[in-house]
Ligand binder design. Structure first.
Ligand SMILES: *[C@@H]1O[C@H](CO)[C@@H](O)[C@H](O)[C@H]1NC(C)=O
Length: 399
């Protein structure tokens, strides 16, 4: 096996066999401090799915989900993320026999993941997620909430009772997102393939054994590959874990199952598809939610900024001039205050394409600001322009 380079600055999360490449786009910054520590001692940690006796402390032994999959997408149409990187799907705790549990604790289905990360010192993780953990329809916050609720709540080592006393509500979800990001950064699938001379192409096809042997030669381990219509779409890198998801050691293993790709004729398409929101230039969704650019919440029906469930806005007009209503009534700007309600006069807005986002603009400007960042039941008035302390843009997401 051959490692491009060893990442020595990776703190907290430890890989038994780290693989990493420094010219990879995911190799940004990452010197994150450990915000939480488990109370597990790494020297005595038994490897998940390899115990020969019943383990009783499931805060330090991941069970029943001891077979962990770090899944990544290659989304080309719409295309998401950088053209030279796969993107994060999630981290899934399969049982040792590859069956799995999902949605294990609805009382911990957190909303406002962006706010939770910002408020808990993990804004570097959030910034990375905004680039590399992106939803195919642009609804990143909902995607993160889904990944946490569906998979994160099933991890035994992230049970709230396993956290140090005094941990804030949601601290275990912060640890989950930090760990997934750090693990993903050690798995540069695009670079592994390109180092082996396999790059996206509109004409070439590959055999499954070409792809898996290239990935094994680069990383030391065989992942599983899923295809959609004969084209690569997803990869799963498999691990067992010694200790806790929070700060344990991920031990890479060969995939115990094969994915859905055929054995020959596999396409690896270029990311040439139009990103979300720009698929019909000039066209606007007629029903949309409006999200803050920071990944923190969006607009409620009264037009305030919140991390609660976002309102659906009805949009009529074209990108250069449209009006909006919510269940509360007309939406408009009075002075610099944006609001929606029965006494509000409609004002016109426009939409501006920015990368893969369609941004809301008032008076031609996409700048909005508030006096704080919402969390829990605290909401903030939205003002046009950036004269208030917290600046952001607002993304229109079709719903
Ligand atoms: C390993 O530990 C888990 C969790 O306690 C338990 O369910 C399983 O039966 C153990 N396996 C063996 C072979 O003892």
């Amino acid at each position: 096996m051959m490692y491009s380079s060893l990442l020595s600055s990776l703190t907290g999360l430890v890989l038994a066999s780290p693989f990493f490449s420094l010219n990879d786009p995911t190799a940004q910054l990452f010197e994150r401090s450990q915000l939480l520590s488990s109370k597990c001692t790494t020297t005595t940690n038994v490897q998940s799915c390899h115990n020969t006796t019943v383990q009783t402390n499931l805060c330090c032994f991941e069970a029943p989900g001891g077979l962990l999959l770090q899944t990544q997408f290659w989304d080309t149409n719409p295309s998401t993320g950088p053209s030279n990187s796969w993107t994060i799907h999630g981290l899934w705790p399969d049982h040792c026999d590859t069956t799995f549990s999902e949605n294990c604790d609805s009382s911990r289905d957190y909303t406002g993941i962006g706010t939770l990360l910002t408020n808990n010192g993990a804004s570097d993780t959030l910034a990375f997620m905004n680039q590399f953990w992106v939803d195919i329809n642009g609804a990143n916050e909902q995607f993160w909430e889904h990944e946490w609720a569906t998979h994160g709540t099933c991890m035994s080592t992230l049970e709230p009772s396993c956290l140090p006393s005094g941990s804030v509500k949601g601290a275990e979800a912060v640890a989950f997102f930090q760990t997934v990001v750090k693990l993903f950064q050690t798995l540069p699938t695009y670079t592994f393939l390109s180092n082996a001379g396999i790059t996206p192409s509109s004409t070439k096809t590959f055999t499954l054994s070409q792809l898996t042997s290239a990935l094994k030669a680069q990383s030391g381990f065989t992942p599983s590959l899923d295809c959609t219509s004969g084209a690569l779409n997803q990869i799963s890198w498999y691990f067992n874990l010694k200790g806790s998801i929070i700060d344990g050691t991920f031990v890479p293993i060969d995939a115990p199952e094969t994915g859905s790709c055929p054995s020959t004729g596999i396409k690896y398409p270029l990311k040439t598809g139009t990103p979300p929101y720009m698929q019909a230039p000039g066209a606007l969704p007629t029903k949309a939610t409006i999200h803050a650019s920071t990944g923190v919440g969006g607009l409620l029906s009264a037009g305030t900024w919140s991390t609660q469930t976002l309102a659906t806005y009805t949009i009529s007009g074209t990108t250069s001039s449209f009006t909006m209503t919510s269940s509360k009534g007309n939406c408009g700007v009075s002075g610099t205050t944006f609001s929606c309600g029965s006494g509000v006069s409609l004002t016109t807005f426009s939409a501006v394409a920015s990368g893969s986002n369609l941004l809301l603009a008032s008076g031609g400007s996409t700048a909005f600001s508030s006096d704080g960042t919402p969390s829990g039941s605290t909401v903030f008035t939205v003002f046009t322009g950036s004269s208030h302390s917290n600046d952001y843009t607002l993304t229109i997401v079709s719903s």
